[in-house]
Design a protein around this ligand. Structure first.
Ligand code: NAD
Length: 493
């Protein structure tokens, strides 16, 4: 793609040059090279996209569910056909390794598979004879035009937490990919067309804050699905809800993993390191704090530091690399600044310090190496701040009670994990922690497509989460019919 290419918006089955003149560069974070530019679409472009979605809604919602899933089956086949090309696209614009990109694309496809069950999943309920000769039915109908607003870190998977379910339920969609990683969805949009979805059923509108605000304010948008940082999620939730829309907003995280004294340290270390440093820590389920209980501290610190220091960092396209770059140079600076705050102001000890890296051959890339901060004060800023980089803080506590109290004292509630061989301690942890996703001897407790992605507290604003049965609930409105057919004496029945 030429450096100056500007991605068009995709509206009504056609590519449309946006009215916006302002653009943003899309970088390859491993090289610093500009891959493309995206338009910063505004209210006018969003208005066109929503009008197109509204127009397409009339026929799409009347299309039988058994017919609506046929293009979804074809989309699955196309995603499988182009699996490697799409994985490379994710790695090129997002930086993660090819193995990580393949993993996220697999999760995207799983969501298509689950949504293909819509003729069963979308069924309502009937109770005959709620009173003599009277029946009551609950049916599900689509909500209308749905806006999907995505973050940068899973450009293939996160849009698929929403898109297949919204479409299968009979809604039409305006997708706003991240301005930092828009290329994968652009490629997917071509597959959506090839799969045979009618024009206007899916639009892709590129942009940033202004495009999001236009979607939140548009009277013809019925529902908003958002994933991003908590400060933005909070604002999006309030604005969309204030405008009377149905809204679900998944936010940020600071995920603690608790290592008990009886845990298998080797297994815990390799699992926690993968969680903390995989995707360069840019994952909402990344372990960012290891809470060691009692004597678990010394062996855990020693082994995790060795694993962190030995991780091979470089371009994600190189299959021998364990960890790619972070998304932007500003992210690198922010992460390095926060490590500096931990060390210089909070007296943490950087047992492995990933600042100031230059990768030979990738001198202009945005790299931070894995970092381990021991003796991080539990009440300090860094123990409470989402760093969103490959940084693991270690906090020492004396008991499981203290560990659970720490988990529950934080702002976020996305995930907490425990490493132990004690079933009773694990059961207590699972029962008492105030997070929506829990791992027991698992470092990334990512729910499969048929379970809800259950963030709690400061990590989620709304009622119904992404994926599975929650998605069906979110993208349909229930209608209850009470029905009586009085007897006609002139007829036999
Ligand atoms: P972000 O909040 O910067 O952006 C997310 C989306 O919001 C983008 O599409 C962006 O264009 C838009 N946006 C940004 N600022 C806005 C504003 N002021 N008003 C309206 N819209 C705005 O997030 P990001 O940096 O792209 O993604 C990383 C964040 O997402 C992290 O905090 C991470 O934890 C979170 N995340 C959460 C989950 C989850 O399931 N809970 C999953 C992935 C990522």
């Amino acid at each position: 793609m030429a450096e100056t290419a500007i991605l068009p918006n995709l509206i009504g089955g056609r590519t449309l040059a946006p009215s916006a003149s302002e653009t943003l560069p899309v970088f390859n974070p491993a090289t610093g090279e500009i891959l493309s530019r995206i338009p910063l679409s505004g209210a006018e472009d969003v208005g066109r996209a929503v009008a197109s979605a509204k127009e397409a809604l009339r026929d799409w919602r009347e299309t039988p569910p058994t017919d609506r899933v046929q293009p979804l089956f074809r989309l699955k086949a196309l995603l499988e056909r182009d699996f490697e090309e799409l994985s490379r696209c994710v790695t090129t614009e997002c930086g993660k390794t090819l193995a990580e990109s393949r993993g996220e694309l697999r999760r995207a496809i799983e969501n298509v598979e689950v949504a293909c069950g819509i003729p069963s999943l979308m069924q309502g309920r009937v109770l005959e004879d709620i009173a003599r000769g009277i029946d009551e039915l609950m049916i599900r109908q689509p909500v209308g035009v749905v806006a999907v607003i995505a973050p940068f870190n899973f450009p293939a998977m996160i849009p698929f937490w929403f898109l297949p379910y919204a479409l299968a339920c009979g809604n039409t969609v305006v997708m706003k990919p991240s301005e930092k990683t828009p290329l994968t969805m652009q490629r997917v949009a071509a597959l959506i067309e090839e799969a045979g979805f009618p024009p206007g059923v899916v639009q892709v509108t590129h942009g940033g804050q202004a495009a999001v605000e236009a979607l939140l304010d548009h009277p013809d948008v019925a529902a908003v699905s958002f994933v991003g940082s908590s400060p933005v999620a909070r604002v999006v939730y309030a604005r969309a809800a204030g405008n009377g829309k149905r809204v679900q907003c998944q936010g940020g995280a600071k995920n603690p993993v608790v290592v008990l004294e009886d845990a298998d340290v080797e297994a815990a270390v390799s699992t926690v390191a993968e969680s903390a440093f995989g995707c360069a820590g840019q994952r909402c389920l990344a372990a960012s704090l290891a809470i060691t209980v009692g004597d678990a501290h010394a062996p855990f610190r020693e082994r995790v530091s060795a694993v962190a220091a030995s991780r091979v960092v470089g371009s994600g396209l190189d299959e021998s690399v364990d960890m790619g770059p972070v998304i932007r140079d500003e992210s690198r600076h922010r992460i390095e600044r926060l490590i500096g705050v931990a060390v210089d102001e909070e007296n943490a000890s950087a047992v492995v310090d990933g600042r100031g890296v230059r990768i030979p051959g990738h001198e202009d890339g945005f790299f931070v190496r894995p970092t381990v901060l021991d003796e991080l004060p539990a009440e300090g800023e860094i123990a409470r701040t989402e760093i969103f980089g490959p940084v693991l803080g270690i906090i020492r506590v004396d008991s499981v009670e203290d560990a659970i109290a720490f988990v529950n004292g934080g702002e976020f509630g996305n995930m907490a994990c425990v490493f132990t061989n004690d079933g009773r301690a694990a059961r207590r942890f699972r029962h008492e922690v105030l997070t929506g996703n829990v791992g027991i001897n698992v470092g990334v407790a990512a729910p499969m497509a048929f379970f809800p992605f259950s963030g709690w507290r400061g990590s989620f604003f709304g009622d119904l989460h992404a994926q599975g049965a929650h998605a069906i609930e979110f993208y349909t409105q229930t209608k209850v019919v009470v029905e009586r057919w009085p007897r006609d004496a002139s007829k036999r029945f």
